[in-house]
Structures are given as structure tokens and as C-alpha cells.
Design a protein around this ligand. Structure first.
Ligand code: TTP
Ligand code: MG
Length: 494
């Protein structure tokens, strides 16, 4: 496209990253780029904000002495030629010295630089307001945003119709005297702001200064609106925008919603993943996420022994366990116990007792006929030792006073097993609790509270104000239902 053109960029490509990128692009399109002005230089491409006395003294004057026909253009010209895939007419991009400056060149005054008014670009953007300016260049931006977010946005006929209306009003918007009013819920402004920030970052990385300018303008409009809306506690804001910018914001709103939803989903999936690791609660999971960790491998170095075991056997632990496999583990614990003491009684609880087809873990109650908690604990110690010896138990996550939370292995799969140690007298209440579901338990407990009672895994108690609680029932599960005025509810219905 630029074969035969000899460009000199100012500020030089050594100091201006934007010009560096531009020069690379136009060089690919056939232009010759020189680091100094010479007789062949056909164009000086300058960023308007860099046109000052220094430019005249050090660049333009010496250049004119070498080649008085040299053309000085706003460097936007090359960007827009590249974007439009054809060499744009230079009208509107020519940078000329106005009379005042020419006088100054002839009779320099003591002034180190000159302001924008010292020069005029034929483009009228100097005379337009900042917002008008950012509204003006938005056509290209909307195509860009549209392209970028097309896949992310869901289209419907309505939006397409709206967009085509926007296109029709282009010409009037160029004149800057027709605005669209776009109403956005205040709650959505944050995601628009985020989307704009992201786009600005992308654009400046890619060197699209025009777009960045427009985005910056949009950003200012939206941030200002957001602050006003928050200050005045408004539920929505009306943004006065050129049709093109209204369209840009519509895209961003839709795109940011999609992106926002994706981000929310990524966050909640990752937090859930981290929380599936033993010992990691919501706080730590969030902290890991904020630090940028996204996988179990990422957090592996920062977790404790329990966490490492949990991650190492993660796929086994998160897999649902069939009833048959639960029974295999349970049977093995039972046979180890049977060899120890005939008084030991074991019950398989949780989702298994509720008849679920598969279970998240294996929940077991360990008790002894007429056994006290002391006797039960000491017997369990022996059982556990045996289970480890037999390589049925493979890891202990926690051993509390009345429970063992660990892992057992059958057929090379590691599964989570929780064993609750229950005094014989509390068997009914413990069975009720450990059968669940959690939701059912909450319902039962709140029913008890309404009846001035208290239900927990050790029993059902009176809870009359000003009186010492006394035990109503703990051994017989079905009696607890009766006292609470309920018929027996099958575990499968809980
Ligand atoms: P879990 O094993 O966590 O639950 P579950 O067996 O019902 O389901 P899953 O198949 O996923 O293992 O706990 C066993 C029972 O303990 C549960 O059914 C009810 C009770 N429980 C509560 O009441 N509140 C709780 O917070 C937890 C964790 C359990
Ligand atoms: Mg369970």
C-alpha cells in the first residue's frame, strides 16, 4: 500500500511506542522508514500533541531546507489508511503552521513551546469538546467492539434493528448535534466500567491510539455518570451519547454482562474446587483466587498435609461412590470390628441410609451395646489401628474426641470415611442426626425450638425459659418423632 512512500515519524520510533508500532505496520505495507530526514523523505508523520516549537526548530525547519515539498501529516492518517485498507485522502490530516507560528519562526520569541492554538490541523477536532471528539471517532470503534464481542454477545432482532437505526443516524452524529439517550441500570455501570478499562488496556497494548482516545472519552462519561448515580442513589442513569457511542455502550453492556457472568462462573467454580480440598474454607479459597491461583496444582505448594493428600487423591474423593462400593467399605470395617468385640455395633448412615443411589462419602456410627463413651473410644482406637494394619484405613484427616475423619481404600480407590463415636444411650438422636439430610435436620431442629425444645445429635431436651433443660429422649429415634408430634418418617423421605 505504501510502496514509494518515505516516512519519518515524530516523535521518533525510539521514544514513541505508538509510532514504533505504526512504523512496523506501514513498513510491512511497503513504506520506507528512516530514522532521520533525508532528501527522499516524502512525509513527516507527527502526533499533533508533539507539534511544538521544538518540532519546528529541530525537525520541520531543517526538513524544509532539505525538501521544501515535504508533507507533514497527523500520524493518525497512516493508522486510518491501514484500518481502511486504502490510502486516505490527506485532507484533514495536513499539519500546517499558522501565521502566528510562521511569524514566530521568522522572529522567535522567548517561549519554549507553543500551545495547540499555535497550529491548526485542518481537522476541526481542536474546536470540538472532548466528548464530541470521542463521539466522532466512534464508528471504527463500534466495528471493533462489535467484532471483538460478537461471539460473546447474544444477538436478537431487536438489537440488530436498533443498531441499524444507529447507522442511519451516523451523518447527523458526525455533526455532533444529535444525541441518543441511553438508560443503563446503575447496577450495571460497574461492569461497563470494567469492560471499558479492559478495552482501554487492550487497545493501548495494541497501539490503537484513536480507539483509546474514544474509549477514554467513553470511560470518562460512564465513570462520571456512575458517581452521580451513586451519589444521588439513582437506580438508572441516562447517558447522552452519539448514536455510535450509544451503540458501543450497548455492546459493552451486553458483552460485559456475558463476560461478567463468565467471570462469576469461573470464580465460583474455582472457589468450589478449592473448597473441595480438605481444610480449605471459603476464606482461604477466595484468598487463593485473588492471588491468581486457578488450579489444584497452583495451590498445592501452599496447603498442609491434609490438603496435599486431598489434592493427590482428588479425583477419587470427588467421585460419587456407588451404594455397592459403600457396602464394600462398610463390610470391611464391620469384619475388622467383629474380630475385636461382639458388642461393637456399626451403622451406615448419611445418604446411604436415605437410600441414595450414590454417596459422597461413607458415614458410619460406631457404638457398643451398653457402652459408655470412654469404653467406645478405647475400643475404636484398637479398631482403627487394625484398619491401618490391614491397609483398609489409609489416612487420618482429623481425629476429634468423638469422631474419626479419614480415608479408606478398597480396590485401589481412596474414599472419604467419617466415623462417629456414639454412646449407646444417644444412639437414636445420633442416628437421626447422621441420617440427615442436612435440610431435614434443620427442619426438625426448628420444629423443636417452636415447641420449646432443643434437638441435637445427643438428644431431645426441654428448653423452657428459666428452667434447667432435661432430657426427653436420646436412645429411641422413633420416639423423638413422636414427641415432636410427627409420624415416623422413612429415611428415604428425609
Ligand atoms: P454428609 O456425609 O456431609 O452428607 P450426606 O451423607 O447426606 O451426603 P453425601 O452423599 O454428600 O455424603 O453428612 C452426613 C449427615 O450429617 C448429613 O446427612 C446430615 C448431617 N450433617 C448435618 O446435619 N449438618 C452438616 O453440616 C453436615 C456436614 C452433616
Ligand atoms: Mg455422607
Amino acid at each position: 500500500m505504501f510502496n514509494g512512500y518515505h516516512f519519518y515519524f515524530y516523535p521518533s520510533t525510539d521514544v514513541s511506542r505508538i509510532n514504533q508500532i505504526r512504523s512496523r505496520i506501514v513498513a510491512k505495507q511497503g513504506a520506507t522508514i528512516t530514522s532521520e530526514i533525508n532528501a527522499q523523505t516524502s512525509h513527516i508523520l507527527v502526533r499533533p500533541q508533539s507539534v511544538n516549537q521544538k518540532f519546528y526548530d529541530n525537525v520541520l525547519n531543517p526538513a524544509l531546507k532539505i525538501n521544501k515539498n515535504i508533507t507533514v501529516l497527523d500520524s493518525d492518517w497512516v493508522s486510518e489508511s491501514v484500518a481502511g485498507r486504502k490510502i486516505m485522502n490527506t485532507d484533514g490530516y495536513v499539519v500546517t503552521a499558522n501565521q502566528h507560528v510562521q511569524d514566530e519562526i521568522a522572529h522567535p520569541v522567548e517561549k519554549s513551546g507553543c500551545n495547540d492554538n499555535d497550529l491548526e490541523t485542518v481537522k476541526k477536532r481542536r474546536s470540538t469538546s472532548y466528548i464530541d471528539e470521542c463521539n466522532k471517532k466512534s464508528k471504527q470503534l463500534s466495528e471493533d467492539i462489535e467484532f471483538k464481542y460478537r461471539e460473546a454477545s447474544e444477538y436478537d432482532d431487536d438489537v440488530d434493528r436498533k443498531n441499524s437505526q444507529f447507522h442511519q443516524t451516523d451523518e447527523t452524529s458526525e455533526q455532533g448535534d444529535l444525541y441518543e439517550t441511553l438508560s443503563i441500570p446503575t447496577s450495571e455501570l460497574n461492569s461497563v466500567v470494567n469492560a471499558l478499562e479492559q478495552s482501554i488496556a487492550d487497545k493501548s497494548r495494541n497501539g490503537h491510539s484513536n480507539y483509546s482516545k474514544t474509549l477514554n472519552g467513553l470511560y470518562d462519561i460512564v465513570v462520571k455518570a456512575k458517581h452521580e448515580a451513586l451519589r444521588e442513589r439513582r437506580r438508572s442513569v441516562d447517558l447522552k451519547l452519539s448514536p455510535e457511542n450509544a451503540r458501543n455502550i450497548s455492546y459493552l453492556t451486553r458483552a460485559s454482562q456475558t463476560k461478567w457472568l463468565q467471570a462469576v462462573k469461573e470464580r465460583s467454580d474455582t472457589i468450589k474446587l478449592f473448597m473441595s480440598v480438605y481444610g480449605i474454607g471459603e476464606y482461604t479459597a477466595n484468598k487463593f483466587f485473588s492471588k491468581g491461583y486457578r488450579s489444584l496444582q497452583d495451590i498445592f505448594p501452599f496447603v498442609d498435609d491434609n490438603g496435599r493428600v486431598s489434592i493427590t487423591h482428588h479425583s477419587d474423593f470427588v467421585e460419587r461412590i456407588s451404594r455397592e462400593e459403600v457396602e464394600e467399605h462398610f463390610t470391611q470395617v464391620k469384619s475388622a470390628a467383629a474380630e475385636l468385640d461382639k458388642d461393637i455395633q456399626l451403622y451406615c448412615m448419611g445418604s446411604y441410609r436415605r437410600g441414595c443411589r450414590d454417596c459422597g462419602d461413607i458415614d458410619i456410627i460406631f457404638t457398643m451395646n451398653q457402652g459408655t463413651i470412654m469404653k467406645i473410644k478405647s475400643k475404636f482406637e484398637i479398631l482403627l489401628e487394625k484398619m491401618f494394619k490391614e491397609k483398609l484405613a489409609v489416612y487420618t484427616f482429623t481425629k476429634g474426641s468423638g469422631k474419626w475423619l479419614g480415608a479408606t481404600q478398597v480396590n485401589s480407590k481412596w474414599r472419604r470415611m467419617d466415623i462417629l463415636l456414639v454412646p449407646w444411650q444417644e444412639l437414636g438422636a445420633a442416628t437421626l442426626y447422621y441420617t440427615g439430610s442436612g435440610e431435614f435436620n434443620r427442619m426438625m431442629r426448628s420444629r423443636a425450638i417452636k415447641m420449646n425444645m432443643k434437638l441435637n445429635q445427643t438428644g431431645l431436651f426441654t428448653a423452657t425459659k428459666g428452667e434447667e433443660p432435661h432430657l426427653l429422649e436420646s436412645f429411641n429415634e422413633s420416639k423423638i418423632f413422636t414427641i415432636l408430634g410427627l409420624p415416623w418418617i422413612e429415611p428415604s423421605k428425609r
